[in-house]
Design a protein around this ligand. Structure first.
Ligand SMILES: [Zn+2]
Length: 82
């Protein structure tokens, strides 16, 4: 059975409140993720793309658990502000 560890990790980051928006500009949102190490996730509003400074992301150039957590976090904020 395939277990989606990325999703599990991202959910845990969210549940434990280990993510926050550091600051936001016109074009970008900067997140801080406190996993084992601290990571910076940047969302580019124009390109609609995420970037993370972790090893996994730079090696595989694929969505990591930090980015997934940032996505979920944005969804959560959106729902709360309605
Ligand atoms: Zn990452």
């Amino acid at each position: 059975m395939l277990i989606d560890w990325k999703k599990i990790k991202a959910r845990r980051i969210l549940r434990e409140g280990k993510i926050k928006i550091d600051f936001e500009t016109e074009t970008k949102i900067y997140f801080k993720v406190f996993s084992k190490e601290e990571h910076s996730v940047i969302y580019d509003k124009i390109k609609k793309s995420f970037n993370c400074d972790c090893k996994w992301f730079s090696l595989k150039a694929r969505e990591c658990s930090h980015i997934l957590a940032a996505k979920m976090y944005l969804e959560k904020i959106k729902k709360q502000s309605i």
